[in-house]
Design a protein around this ligand. Structure first.
Ligand SMILES: [Zn+2]
Length: 383
């Protein structure tokens, strides 16, 4: 049986719903230690939400004269939801019609298993490999992501750990393994706006001030604003209102305030500071009495075409015959934290059609090719 599938099965069997790791990282650490990796735990967080983090490093023969490639990923999975909805137990690996079913099969225990076996094969086949191989795994990517990758990146930065390339194993393929690689992600910035008015009787508007009437033209202007035009890697920054609440429920009362939630998904052509400034200037120009609280969910990152994307593309072409599309679509990922300490970060993994869904699965015959692509990438960059 395939080593990669066997490891994937062993990981699915461990019910590691965020932030629980359920022994996934112990299993991986044991295997990596056996083939020469130095292992370090970087667990973090309070007792009631303890996050398991694993750092592992296999030094290359050329020491500081050769690059370091880091595989990054998460061992946690999202909750399965109602168990009755699943065709088979989400934590018992099950094969049907050539697919392997189980929570985490695609997001992202399949990639984690493939990375581990790729690294094992690489160091056995090339004991004198020049460059170094590293792993950074967390059990909190799907949750608040406060004590996971971001904490480890801070530690690695503090000790000046060299990193040249990183592959995050998020499932990025769309229809066939290798058809898409992510070379960046948009940023996300949210605002909670409260516009204040004066509550009153609808029949006596001169004694009240209607915040809905006051904010409406400002919202129309915000919705029509062109924030940037994007660039060759990113679509234009988008502004979306997600919630509006005002009113007491009675039809004869002018509301005293209106609450509006909005979000930007922004490209590398805009900055959080620039977007905040534009919004506040606009609100002030409309003469609004308001309170506004911002949350920066994640900064954008971008890895332009370069040695890492060339190495991954060549590995994909050699294994599958496909030429991957580089894309920055989709939500945020831990790539945003890693990009701060590593100049080239790409995300590549299996087909993402069933992630977070009931009956999550991967085609069983894509897991070894995925492992081979990771191994070929190591060979392209570290020999
Ligand atoms: Zn994931």
């Amino acid at each position: 049986m395939s080593q990669t599938l066997a490891l994937l099965e062993a990981l699915i069997t461990r019910p590691s719903v965020t932030p629980t790791d359920a022994g996934c990282q112990d299993l991986i650490a044991e295997r990596l230690a056996r083939c020469g990796f130095e292992i370090e735990r970087m667990d973090s967080g309070p007792e009631h939400f303890r996050v398991a983090n694993l750092w592992a490093l296999k030094r290359g023969s050329a020491g500081d004269d050769a690059p370091v490639l880091m595989f990054a990923g998460h061992t946690d999975v999202v909750p399965p939801g109602k168990l009755e909805a699943w065709t088979s137990d989400p934590f018992v690996p099950s094969y049907r019609d050539g697919r392997l079913y189980g929570r985490g099969a695609a997001d992202m225990k399949g990639s984690v298993a493939a990375m581990v076996v790729a690294a094992e094969e690489f160091v056995v086949a090339h004991p004198e490999h020049r460059g170094s191989v590293a792993f950074l795994l967390t059990s909190d990517e799907e949750g608040p992501a406060v004590d996971g990758t971001v904490v480890c990146c801070e530690r690695l930065r503090a000790r000046q750990q060299r990193l040249d390339f990183c592959i995050v194993g998020e499932p990025t393929s769309v229809e066939r393994l290798g058809d898409m690689v992510k070379n960046g992600r948009r940023g996300t910035l949210s605002g909670k706006l409260r516009v204040l008015g004066i509550q009153g009787h609808v029949a006596y508007p001169h004694l009240a001030r209607n915040p809905v009437h006051q904010v409406a033209p400002a919202l129309a202007e915000l919705a029509a604003t062109e924030w940037d035009r994007g660039n060759s890697y990113f679509p234009a920054t988008s502004f979306q209102i997600s919630n509006i609440h005002a009113g007491t429920g009675a039809t004869n009362v002018i509301p005293g305030d209106v609450l509006i939630d909005f979000n930007f998904r922004f490209s590398t052509e805009s900055t959080p500071e620039g977007l905040k400034h534009k919004v506040e200037t606009l609100l002030k120009r409309h003469g609004l009495d308001y309170e506004l609280a911002w949350t920066l969910g994640g900064e954008p990152f971008l890895t332009p075409v370069g040695s890492l994307s060339d190495a991954v593309s060549a590995a994909i072409a050699a294994e599958t015959g496909l030429k991957p599309e580089l894309s920055t679509t989709g939500g945020t990922s831990d790539g945003r934290f890693i990009a701060k300490i590593c100049p080239q970060v790409l995300e590549f993994g299996p087909i993402n059609a069933t992630i977070h869904k009931v009956d999550e699965n991967v085609p069983a015959d894509c897991i070894d090719p995925l492992k081979n692509i990771y191994r070929r990438t190591l060979e392209n960059l570290l020999l």
